[in-house]
Design a protein around this ligand. Structure first.
Ligand code: AMP
Length: 466
């Protein structure tokens, strides 16, 4: 299937070609015709599936056929949970729409509002916004929705997680009833379905990844390690494997700062990205990471959400997330659009419960690996995947050999079907290996847009989310 066969016109095909995309991803081949058809769409798709192009390409096509935005009017509103995601969606729109006469802009909090008001005054065909700042602008009468045709909620699950539900409801109230609605979410929880009820009408439902599945292009494993050894183990992993570009997740901002300092002291260039950093510092850290000036980017979950980093081969969970779903989001940074990636988790004694929750969520027992000199004083048991109480749970911690042993899954759900019999890529004979990671990355390239579409992203400054 080609992009041309999906019904996109020459200016968009030219831009797609410039991005180096040859074939639509599954979400694109399903979403593009549905959106072009004027249908409401409800799509379950993680980042990394090509979802952004899945909605931006057809909406650019639709908008290019209508009347351009009049002063202060917005024809298409895209809501995103974070500033980073807003900026990335804005970049995609600028890249794909570079041959079209449409105007787009991105607005989010933490930067001055007056320049945004001035830009909106002319009217924009596409506005990408975080909910808080959008409401501020609306309340200041900086924009009007009489001409609104399309509403997109991107990463709706995260918007609810971040407490934006009331803001979203307020926005919905001021939009015209007659419009096309597109709802994108990594997962469809009951909360999302509730939200969808009042939003989409007879939607085309699309799901490109099973709920909470992790991309099978990502190789995942864990190291059991004592908490205080984690920093040294990470340094060792980076050096031994010669990892050039590593995204590392910590649970806290303080933890991110501390680890960044430790890595820099060991001669590994690292920068932190989290909510306490100014927007300028975050943008700089991300840019330097993308340009391989910085080898390690240490991020908290919210800061990292939706970051689109080209060709990212390596994700490390320095600490496991408290919410198991965040594991899926985190490792969605790698193995994108068909590329291969590695996701490594460092698991301390007090993180075993989180690990069990994660393995049950993704229905996969992660390979346990061992690194000489970093033997843990705890055992990470093999998780049973069926949510029943664990059998054979070790009662005590007994040192190096236990933690280094290859733990093939023995879940009751696998009984009678052999190892890995549930169809997932369960590890079987997982030999401890120091250098067995594979950094080859075949990800298709997509250049960052420099021009196009009269796009006017706001210059970022300080303060977390808008
Ligand atoms: P997304 O899921 O929207 O965050 O996109 C993930 C990555 O896939 C981005 O880097 C896109 O540039 C890239 N991408 C999107 N569509 C395609 C495609 N059809 N072929 C190759 N790469 C793509």
């Amino acid at each position: 299937m080609s992009f041309a066969a999906l019904g996109l016109s020459a200016p968009l095909l030219k831009a797609i070609n410039k991005q180096g995309y040859n074939t639509p991803t599954p979400i694109q081949s399903q979403a593009i015709p549905a959106v072009l058809d004027g249908s409401d769409v409800m799509a379950a798709a993680q980042t990394g599936t090509g979802k952004t192009a899945g909605f931006t390409l057809p909406l650019l096509e639709l908008l290019s056929q209508g009347e351009l935005a009049k002063p202060s009017q917005v024809r298409c509103l895209i809501l995103t949970p974070t500033r980073e995601l807003a900026a990335q969606v804005g970049e995609s729109i600028a890249a794909y729409g570079q041959n079209l006469p449409l105007r787009s802009t991105v607005v989010f909090g933490g930067v001055k509002i007056n320049p945004q008001i001035a830009l909106l005054h002319r009217g924009v065909d596409i506005l990408v916004a975080t909910p808080g700042r959008l409401l501020d602008l609306y309340n200041q009468k900086a924009l009007k929705f009489n001409q609104l045709e399309i509403l997109v909620l991107d990463e709706a699950d995260r918007m609810l997680d971040m407490g934006f539900i009331n803001d979203i409801k307020k926005v919905l109230k001021v939009l015209p009833k007659q419009r096309q609605n597109l709802l994108f979410s990594a997962t469809f929880s009951n909360d999302i379905r509730d939200l969808a009820k009042g939003l989409v009408h007879n939607p085309v439902e699309i799901s490109v990844t099973p709920r909470n599945a992790t991309a099978n292009t990502v190789k995942q494993w864990i190291h059991c390690v004592d908490k205080k050894e984690k920093g040294d183990l990470l340094v060792q992993l980076i050096k031994d494997n010669q990892w050039k570009q590593v995204l590392v997740f910590t649970r806290t901002k303080h933890g991110a700062n501390k680890l960044t300092k430790q890595l820099n002291e060991k001669g590994i260039t690292a920068a932190a990205i989290h909510g306490n950093k100014s927007q300028g510092a975050r943008t700089k850290a991300l840019a330097e990471f993308k340009q391989n000036v910085t080898r390690v980017l240490v991020a908290t979950d919210i800061a990292a959400r939706g970051l689109d980093i080209e060709q990212l081969p390596q994700v490390v969970n320095f600490e496991l997330p408290n919410v198991a779903e965040d594991y899926v989001h985190r490792i969605g940074r790698t193995g994108r659009a068909g590329a291969t990636g590695n996701a490594v988790s460092l698991v301390a004694a007090d993180e075993v419960d989180q690990l069990i929750a994660i393995e049950r969520l993704i229905k996969q027992v992660l390979e346990r690996r061992h690194m000489d000199g970093f033997e843990a004083n705890h055992i990470v048991p093999v998780t049973t995947l069926d949510s029943r109480p664990m059998k054979n749970k070790p009662k005590n911690a007994s040192g190096a050999n236990s933690s280094s042993r290859s733990n093939a899954p023995r879940s009751s759900s696998n009984k009678g079907r052999g190892r890995g019999g549930n169809g997932s890529n369960l590890p079987t004979q997982n030999k401890p290996s120091r250098n067995s990671t594979n950094n080859t990355n075949k990800k298709p390239t997509a250049s960052t847009p420099k021009d196009g579409l009269r796009s006017q992203p706001m210059s970022p400054k300080r303060r977390p989310n808008g």
